[in-house]
Design a protein around this ligand. Structure first.
Ligand code: CP
Length: 309
């Protein structure tokens, strides 16, 4: 049986192309399962998973919980806002207390970059990074690339532009690593102030002009402006941002080809995309959410195969 080259999913950077292909093949099987009348398989019946969310989440948290239930795992859910973290308990103490309850895997979202890697080095459980600060969001990138493959038939040779707040985005970094590993060409677009200084070193071209970026691409992944991570103003106003970098139906229809629109959510409707774009047939935003369950089932299943019982 094929296995992943890693014991934890901490990011896309340390995955091989073959790992991504294996996750996609496994997700194909689980996608078939979750579209059956009986959507559950017993694969993780003897596995206990803790979902630790130290930061807000809707899609990722619910998607992991559903993936675990579909695989018949036992789950416990932890939200920092209602926990003893508020009384000063450290991350390692919190997790060790949870592990004392015989947990096999930990899915964690945390505001600090590197938090998932820190856990992987200090505790005896498989770790899945569900987003660590502005660093990586590996399952988001996997479900995004899987959704592109599903819509366009292949990712190899496809041109993807990631638009918006690249500087503060873990989704952008994980998408760049993932798409490049499986043969896509990636550009970024947005205000110069929201571009990281290291972007050239990633082999990604910067296109400041949104129309040119859209004319070049097959797929535009429209990122949310992450105001919660911005301690200074990176552009004059949301209205101006929207005028320069927002996509509306008029702009989309004025292109000479039908491009695919993606968004990781949550959407700021009317800022990065208008409602008529978000809800159009060119958008695959809800397909991304649906595929998130199959991708997370695949990741959990493959990592569970590495647990030594
Ligand atoms: N895409 C994503 O990570 O969404 P949530 O923050 O709602 O999990």
């Amino acid at each position: 049986m094929k296995t992943l080259s890693v014991d934890h999913l901490l990011g896309i950077k340390n995955l091989h192309k073959e790992d991504i292909e294996l996750i996609f093949q496994t997700a194909d099987n689980f996608k078939e399962v979750i579209n059956r009348p009986i959507k559950k398989v017993p694969s993780l019946r003897d596995i206990t998973i803790a979902n630790l969310f130290f930061e807000n989440s809707t899609r990722t948290r619910l998607s992991f919980e559903l993936a675990e239930k579909r695989l018949s795992a036992d789950t416990i859910n932890f939200s920092a806002a209602s926990s003893s973290v508020k009384k000063g308990e450290t991350l390692i103490d919190t997790v060790n207390n949870i592990l004392a309850m015989k947990v096999d895997m930990v899915v964690m979202r945390h505001p600090n970059p590197g938090a998932a890697e820190f856990l992987s080095k200090n505790i005896d459980a498989r770790i899945v990074n569900a987003g660590d600060g502005a660093h990586e969001h590996p399952t988001q990138a996997l479900l995004d690339a899987y959704s592109i493959k599903e819509r366009l038939g292949d990712v190899v040779g496809k041109k993807i532009v990631i638009v918006g707040d690249i500087l503060h985005s873990r989704v952008a970094l994980s998408n760049i690593f993932c798409l490049q590993k499986i043969g896509a060409e990636v550009k970024v677009c947005g205000p110069n102030t929201l571009m990281p200084k290291y972007i050239d070193a990633l082999g990604v071209a910067y296109e400041p002009d949104l129309r040119k970026a859209l004319e070049w691409c097959d797929v535009a992944n429209m990122l949310r402006i992450q105001l919660e991570r911005q301690d200074i103003n990176f552009f004059p106003s949301l209205r101006e941002y929207s005028m320069m970098y927002g996509v509306d139906k008029k702009l989309l229809d004025s292109l000479d080809k039908k491009i695919t629109i993606m968004h990781p959510g949550p959407i700021n409707r009317g800022v990065e995309i208008t409602s008529d774009v978000a809800d159009s047939k060119q958008a695959i935003i809800l397909d991304q959410v649906e595929n998130g369950v199959a991708i997370r089932m695949a990741v959990l299943y493959l990592l569970a195969g590495k647990i030594k019982k």
